[in-house]
Design a protein around this ligand. Structure first.
Ligand SMILES: Nc1ncnc2c1ncn2[C@@H]1O[C@H](COP(=O)(O)OP(=O)(O)OP(=O)(O)O)[C@@H](O)[C@H]1O
Length: 281
């Protein structure tokens, strides 16, 4: 057949591959992208190198709607880079990164991704120290409104109810009139989580939330995140294994930019490879 030949190729003209019909049935049962569409976050075959060093190496990770996942792994495993890729801070060299089924996150920048409902909390709290807890939340709820408008127009019932809910979730109701500067380190972390909640994200990415917290604050943070995960999906990066146990969720251990082990904490912490590169150190 030449390039100019308009005759369509009939099925009889090609001898079918022996597995073709099985493959076609499989494709009908599970069309390409079906797994992707059912998930909230879908990473597949993601790669990212910095100056020839593979920080992320063929990484695949799937988070279903409403799931909370703990990410563990040694220093340099690629945890932060993975979060940077999800939030658009870093573009992967290759691979698929989808949110809510069809949204290709590699095509959007950080601001657009935040606007789509992916909130990120970095390790260090960045609250407005000179404002009260309540005003910090009010400013976050305000979104595009000006700071002046947010702080002066305080009469909105919906806003008041939203602030009360967030104060309740973040255990900060008794501290609502306290300056953020006067909160403990743990309370500042909770306030920042509250400020993210004010933006109503569908997916919350939380980086080492309990570093520097007291044991009591650590346990309270696990309870708090479990409550939040009743209505949203959460990815928590954390080294504190006591805290990860308290979360009681599926764990993914990263190593050298790939998934080394995945499952319950008991399963992952018994994995000899995880013990060798991380837990046994
Ligand atoms: N912008 C960058 N330029 C060069 N190398 C980078 C950059 N970002 C990350 N890396 C490298 O990529 C690797 C993965 O780093 P990453 O910060 O993602 O690991 P991590 O698992 O978050 O580690 P930690 O637990 O120490 O935070 C490291 O070797 C790091 O030095």
């Amino acid at each position: 057949m030449t390039v100019l030949d308009p005759t369509p190729m009939t099925p009889a003209a090609v001898s079918p591959h022996p597995y073709a019909s099985a493959r076609r049935e499989e494709a009908l049962r599970n069309p390409p992208g079906e797994a992707r569409r059912e998930t909230l976050l879908y990473l597949d075959g993601v790669n990212k190198s910095f100056d020839g060093f593979k920080a992320i190496n063929n990484l695949s990770l799937v988070l279903v709607r409403g799931e909370m996942r703990a990410i563990i792994g040694p220093n340099g495993a690629g945890k932060t880079t993975m979060m940077d890729i999800i939030t658009g801070k870093t573009k992967p060299d290759s691979g698929e990164v989808y949110f809510n089924g069809d949204v290709d996150l590699t095509r959007h920048d950080e601001a657009a991704i935040a606007g789509m409902g992916i909130g990120r909390k970095f390790q260090k709290p960045t609250v407005f120290e000179g404002h009260t807890v309540e005003d910090n939340l009010r400013l976050s709820l305000a979104g595009s409104r000006s700071i002046f408008t947010a702080l002066v127009h305080r009469k909105d019932d919906g806003e008041r109810a939203a602030i009360a809910r967030i104060l309740d979730t973040t255990r900060l109701s008794p501290k609502r009139r306290t300056l953020a500067a006067d909160l403990s380190h743990g309370q500042k972390q909770w306030l920042e989580i509250g400020m993210l909640l004010a933006q109503d994200p569908e997916l919350l990415l939380v980086d080492e939330p309990v570093a520097g917290m007291t044991d009591a604050e650590t346990e309270e943070t696990a309870r708090l995140l479990r409550e939040i995960a009743e209505t949203r999906s959460v990815v928590v990066v954390e080294h504190d294994m006591h805290f990860v146990r308290e979360l009681a969720v599926k764990v993914t251990c990263l190593h050298e930019g790939s998934v080394l082990s995945e499952g319950t904490l008991d399963h992952v912490s018994k994995d000899p490879r995880v013990i060798e590169v991380y837990l046994g150190r």
